[in-house]
Ligand binder design. Structure first.
Ligand SMILES: CC(C)(COP(=O)(O)OP(=O)(O)OC[C@H]1O[C@@H](n2cnc3c(N)ncnc32)[C@H](O)[C@@H]1OP(=O)(O)O)[C@@H](O)C(=O)NCCC(=O)NCCS
Length: 433
């Protein structure tokens, strides 16, 4: 790849990330770093990417696991239903392991990330007694001793810490009201924190890069129920991933499963439309609303590929800003994925710039294109128009299906006729409202 090509690709990727940068600012993400991720050579890159998220205004709660590290010091642990039974001696060793991990992570964030573009960036990391635990107790006759479960999270205290610009580092530990420490499963801690502090995302770094279907193809989005029913995961994976379903059912908007071994996977999942891992959502929230100045970057991302392909006429960006009041945008989970404009011409209105990002076309049920068209009808009526017309070169059939019929440039409002581009030779279509 030559330098020009790579700089173009880089610029394209960076521009494409703009809507996500604004969407993630001031949001809270809980990130689960399992013990395996802490042993992986990619850990430094992960820390770097987390620091980048911090710089971009994301509030981070980092929950670490320690399964392989504990296995090393306690190879003879007793388990019941995949839960480690923790006696007092084991708790002593486990506390030591957690202390070492916390020290290492704090050091990684405190170094100012030398030899990286973030070498002057400090990420303040706070640990604390944020989790209140209770014992699991006796299950099937097995006393779990100091193995516990989350009773509640000191959410106000955790939120204040996050608002002051620090990341929270949480070990899978909790304290009972009498001050007794309990060992907790990291997945449960991450999910419960995410639910209780009303986090926007739970991100789980894991040893697979995505959930795949029977043909090995990546499944990019699943509901919690679909995740539980996926046949292509082992029982152990399902158990670990159960926290993702649990968080989403508890009100966390999205949970993501991303590989800890692939450099940049976290960023690709968070800053590209297609993602790279698998996201778990209860139901995508979609809406069509009038555009605002802050939507310009998102609109440009949707229309640029279509302008480059000649499907849409190129609009100068300052004109787009000036005309933003004529635009409507379709949003999916807070991200602009489609747009259209409605311009008044006396008793007529022009529908222009109708586009849906290619990754979000042909959605189940009425698609986003139809949603935008419906909103455009309403907008045109509000503007006093009795007819909506559109100029198209490649989308005639779609408009026919939506009740438009072909007419001629001579039927256009006079003002529009003078702007008609005969070279482009667009088909004129219209619909009575
Ligand atoms: C036209 C467009 C807005 C529709 O968005 P959408 O959200 O996918 O719309 P819907 O889900 O309501 O409709 C999808 C259906 O339209 C069909 N369709 C999409 N583009 C089409 C086209 N150019 N010609 C004919 N049919 C088309 C799809 O094949 C699909 O049909 P199917 O489900 O039977 O296979 C979207 O395809 C788009 O952005 N296209 C590029 C931009 C464009 O052409 N804009 C119009 C400029 S005048």
């Amino acid at each position: 790849m030559d330098t020009r090509q790579s700089s173009e690709e880089y610029a394209r990727w960076f521009r494409g990330s703009t809507p996500y940068i604004s969407a993630h600012r001031d949001k809270t993400f809980v990130v689960l770093l399992p013990g395996e991720a802490l042993q992986h050579v990619n850990l430094t890159n992960i820390i770097h990417d987390l620091a980048l998220l911090h710089v971009l205004g994301v509030r981070l709660v980092l929950v670490h696991g320690a399964r392989p590290q504990i296995e090393e010091v306690l190879p003879e642990s007793r388990y019941h239903q995949h839960r480690r039974v923790t006696d007092a001696a084991a708790m002593h060793s486990i506390s030591g392991v957690y202390g070492q991990i916390r020290t290492r992570l704090e050091a990684l964030f405190a170094t100012g990330l030398p030899n990286t573009p973030l070498h002057n960036v400090e990420v303040p990391v706070i640990t604390g007694n944020f989790v209140v635990a209770r014992p699991v107790g006796i299950v099937d006759g097995v006393d779990h001793l100091l193995t516990g479960t989350v009773r509640r999270v000191e959410k106000a205290r955790m939120q204040t810490t996050l608002q002051h610009g620090a990341a929270v580092l949480q070990s899978p530990l909790g304290y009972s009201s009498s001050g007794q420490p309990f060992n907790l499963p990291a997945e449960e801690v991450a999910a419960d924190i995410a639910v209780q502090i009303r986090a926007d995302k739970l991100l789980m770094l894991c040893d697979i890069s995505h959930v795949a279907d029977a043909d090995g193809a990546r499944i990019s989005t699943l509901t919690p129920t679909e995740l539980e029913r996926t046949a292509y995961l082992s029982d152990e994976q399902k158990m670990h991933f159960a926290c993702l379903a649990r968080a989403v059912r508890g009100g966390v908007t999205k949970a993501h499963l991303v590989s800890f071994a692939d450099d940049g996977a976290l960023l690709a999942e968070l800053f590209t439309a297609e993602g790279i891992g698998t996201q778990i959502v209860e139901q995508q929230s979609r809406s069509v609303r009038p555009a605002q100045a802050a939507d310009v970057a998102g609109i440009v991302e949707v229309i640029r590929p279509l302008e480059e392909a000649g499907v849409l006429v190129r609009r100068e960006r300052d004109r787009l800003e000036q005309e933003i009041e004529y635009f409507l945008v379709a949003e999916l989970d807070g991200i602009v994925v489609g747009c259209c404009a409605v311009y008044p011409y006396g008793g007529h209105a022009e529908l222009a710039c109708l586009a849906v990002h290619e990754n979000y076309r042909r959605q189940a049920g009425p698609g986003l294109g139809q949603g935008l068209l419906q909103a455009a009808h309403e907008q045109a009526r509000r503007l006093g128009a009795s007819e909506l017309f559109v100029l198209t070169t490649q989308t005639k059939d779609w408009f026919l299906e939506q009740g438009f019929s072909e007419t001629s440039p001579q039927q256009l409002p006079r003002q529009k006729q003078s702007l008609y581009n005969w070279q482009r030779n667009s088909i004129v279509m219209s619909k009575q409202l």
